[in-house]
Design a protein around this ligand. Sequence first.
Ligand SMILES: Cc1cc2nc3c(=O)[nH]c(=O)nc-3n(C[C@H](O)[C@H](O)[C@H](O)COP(=O)(O)OP(=O)(O)OC[C@H]3O[C@@H](n4cnc5c(N)ncnc54)[C@H](O)[C@@H]3O)c2cc1C
Length: 442
Amino acid sequence: METLIEEILTYSIVGILALGVLYIYLRKRNRESHQVTKKIEHAKEFGFHEPMSLHPVIDLNLCIGSGACVSACPEQDILGWRHGRGEIIHAAHCVGHGACFHACPVEAISLVMGTEKRGVELPHVNEKYESNVPGIYIAGELGGMGLIKNAVEQGKQAVENISKTIDRSNDSELDLIIIGAGPAGIGAALTATKNNLRFKILDQDTLGGTVASFPRAKIVMTSPMELPLHGKVKFFETSKTELIELWNEVLTKNSIAINENVKVESIEKKYSGLIVHSNKGELNAKNVLLAIGRRGSPRKLGVPGERSPKVYYRLLEPELIQKQNVLVVGGGDSAIEAALLIAEGANKVTLSYRGENFNRIKPDNFKRINSAIDSDNLQVLYSSQVDNITDTQAIIKLKDGSSLELKNDLVYVMIGGELPTDFLMKSGISISKKFGEVVLKH
Ligand SMILES: Cc1cc2nc3c(=O)[nH]c(=O)nc-3n(C[C@H](O)[C@H](O)[C@H](O)COP(=O)(O)OP(=O)(O)OC[C@H]3O[C@@H](n4cnc5c(N)ncnc54)[C@H](O)[C@@H]3O)c2cc1C
């Protein structure tokens, strides 16, 4: 009898404990779902719920709520977990590296370009990566697929196709000009070397493309990257410094030099080849590979003094900026994040923005900038415009027409960019809009 009572007691205690655990778990889930609902409402209010280009779409009939997509995504709050299912929160912040796509254990995620309402402009290419203009090829993110590994692979494949068309009898011209030294351009340059092509690689900036300007150090590679003339790179989580060092090493080993600070403005078709027009002059080649990504070229202020070496268009190594008078120009996320980061280094930062207030920025940036405004290190000048940049000053025109002379050591201009589509149109490449087209599906 006693044992029976003991057994009943034990079972009851175990049952109560299990119920307790279940209760705590359900409460936690409920709280999380509630937070995700709030975040979605917020994202809708600020216009970030709608995707800008490539983004995940979750098939809720397949989703088992493992949460793997949420943990795999290195960006913040793009995906959340609500009522036992994955949910999109800030689709507009998706950078398209597809970590969620690969992480989902039940293959419930596809990657989609654009939405029914918002189309994304993509150039036409055939299966060989050639555009409608004979001899102009396109690889990497410009063609619509965002991922370091894919960009390298497409650059490689495009050049393999180009190599098959080369007529070795005409020796007067380059076989190929590669525009862009990001992952696609790197894959292309190594393949061109492997296939003995005569080529040049140009970039308006330096080696690394978008990777070089990542705001975060961590890089996610969902599967090994095959680097021509080097082999498999089995990084899964690495840093941008490590990746760029590796690219640098492989390019140097194969005597490939990037022609830096060459901005290509357009490409012209001529009888037997192509003419590439850039800020450094003209080049002729039989083929051109556009590996220019989708981020475009930084927009310029167009004011006197802008060509000074103290003016930059992206922020690298903010930790090295100390005790400086810095002007940041712009009102988007990049300008705000740059201003906040530089202000952390005991610098005096002025953020000049032509708008009356910040809108369409990440909610977190909105909060952070508002609490930092008018601190000792940071001031914001709304409705203002840069008028002139001298060696020691930045002159800003204010709303009331007066001018403010600021002591200045460095200027960061972050006012967006010219879209690569302008460049494509100038070069005669056909573009069409994709409204919710599936790019990657299991
Ligand atoms: C914040 C962020 C985080 C990301 N994280 C990851 C990640 O963790 N893992 C991952 O796999 N992917 C990630 N991605 C995506 C990845 O960076 C891109 O898919 C990849 O860089 C695309 O390579 P690309 O060579 O096609 O273009 P890009 O890397 O954009 O390179 C294009 C190059 O062309 C140059 N260029 C452009 N126009 C001209 C011109 N007119 N003349 C001369 N040169 C020109 C540019 O200066 C640039 O160097 C991330 C993207 C972002 C924005």
